[in-house]
Design a protein around this ligand. Structure first.
Ligand code: DP6
Length: 435
């Protein structure tokens, strides 16, 4: 029987990069070959939720008094750490990414307990961790970023390490831990617009996330996720990026010129809320990243025919808008991660047009509008009223029903939230673990 001594529950958001991370110079510490930058999406629509509990297991042996006995007790506790992910128990093991994150946080707690005798002793207790996503696997989104961010945030709340829960570790300091779970997870520790500074230090001490701007700075930015495939097939990003590091000459120019210059331009576009500049940099970086994948040997293909049709459609929309003049600029931006699904960014005022275009050319996508802000949107039709006059309607054919399977409309969001922390989980349903 396990009895909960202390528990904390946190949620963390998904982030989608506009300057992509692709390549590691240290695969154990997860140190990237280039800086990257992402937009955090709204947790009300997409999030991972994690409860972490320090538990007393009844059959546990009494702890000895000597240092070696307490080290043995800590080792025994660690061996009993358990994790359930979407209802299925996962092996934590004695090494690997989960173990690294848990050990780093446990060591930080142990240090606090050592320095301040008044602090409750819980570092030696085993952890039970339960994590769930509120988006189905069918959303076609990688969940490792939000998953590791929620894990780190919930354990650091349990151990009262982060400043939100009275500790002294900054969010950037904790992002170093999340980074070792999955590189992109470090960016999910902040809301708004987030840079991952690759860093120079061999030990990874300066490889961390920094907030470029808060969500409130540019609340008007919306995202539309076009789920083209929810299948987990193809080359996983961890393996794919190392193949690129080993074989692609194009990656070298991405590391030395393309990304450093783009990081500067996109940061200033965000600071100035300049959507046109933001869109151009976002699309060019996605294309540069996928060109680098193609330059890998053997080549990696993430985009499919439907992905390319989405690119052509957005490019034509932006071209016709620019031709219309009057400073109209780009209407939307596309970006693609290690898979065929498109993420479109657009200012709120352009969302009805972009959605109606997508739904016209890619009919029958499942769509649940969380904002209910589009009551006048035709179910499956093109409202040409707002289309730029020179828009070429035959730029792409209308695809067969279901080519885009599902649409998820969301917007820029805030950083991780602590939903509850305390000495028991008795009286509310905040926590995923009961007594
Ligand atoms: C294409 O963070 O999933 O989404 O560090 O090996 O876990 P690991 O990789 P991961 O890679 C994400 C790659 C990307 C680009 C990005 O999010 O920046």
């Amino acid at each position: 029987m396990a009895r909960i001594k202390r528990i904390a529950t946190a949620s963390a958001p998904v982030n989608i990069a506009v300057v992509k991370y692709w390549g590691k110079k240290d695969t154990k510490l997860i140190l990237p070959t280039n800086d990257s930058l992402s937009v955090t999406l709204d947790q009300d629509h997409l999030r991972s939720l994690t409860s972490s509990a320090a538990v007393e297991v009844e059959e546990e042996e009494e702890q000895g008094e000597s240092a070696s006995a307490s080290a043995a007790a800590a080792a025994a506790a660690a061996s009993k750490d358990r994790l359930w992910l979407n209802g299925v128990e996962e092996e934590i093991g004695s090494e690997g990414r989960l173990r690294t994150c848990i050990d780093e946080l446990r060591n930080a707690r142990r240090k606090v307990e050592g320095e301040d005798g008044g602090v409750e002793k819980i570092a030696h207790l085993p952890l039970h961790i339960v994590s769930e996503n509120n988006f189905p696997t069918a959303a076609g989104l990688a969940s490792s970023a939000s998953g590791f961010a929620a894990l780190v945030w919930s354990i650091s709340s349990l151990y009262q390490l982060n400043s939100d829960s009275g500790g002294h570790l900054s969010t950037s300091a904790l992002s170093r831990v999340a980074r070792q779970g999955s590189g992109s997870a470090c960016r999910s520790l902040f809301g708004g617009f987030v840079a991952w500074q690759g860093g120079e230090a061999k030990d990874g001490s300066d490889s961390l996330a920094l907030q470029v701007a808060e969500r409130e700075h540019w609340k008007d930015l919306h995202a539309i996720i076009c789920v083209i495939s929810d299948a987990k097939k193809g080359t996983p990003s961890t393996a794919g990026m190392q193949r690129t590091v080993q074989t692609s000459a194009a990656l070298q120019s991405r590391i030395s010129h393309v990304v450093p210059e783009r990081m500067q331009r996109i940061t200033s576009a965000i600071k100035q809320r300049d959507f046109d500049a933001f869109a151009k940099e976002t699309m060019r970086d996605s294309n540069n990243f996928h060109a680098t994948c193609l330059d890998t040997s053997p080549p990696i293909f993430y985009l499919n025919d439907t992905s390319r049709l989405v690119i052509q459609l957005v490019e034509e929309l932006n071209r016709s808008s620019e031709q219309a003049g009057a400073g109209a600029g780009a209407i939307a931006a596309y970006t693609f991660d290690a898979g065929p699904n498109a993420v479109l960014y657009a200012p709120e005022k352009n969302v009805p047009l972009v959605l109606s275009l997508i739904r016209h050319y890619f009919p029958n996508a499942d769509f649940d509008d969380p904002f209910k802000l589009l009551p006048s949107l035709p179910r499956d039709g093109l409202s040409s009223a707002d289309l730029p006059s020179t828009f070429n309607k035959s730029v792409i054919p209308v695809s067969e029903a279901g080519a885009v399977r599902r649409l998820i409309h969301t917007r820029v969001g805030d950083g991780p939230r602590i939903l509850g922390a305390g000495s028991s989980s008795t009286d509310d349903d905040t926590h995923l673990i009961g007594q």
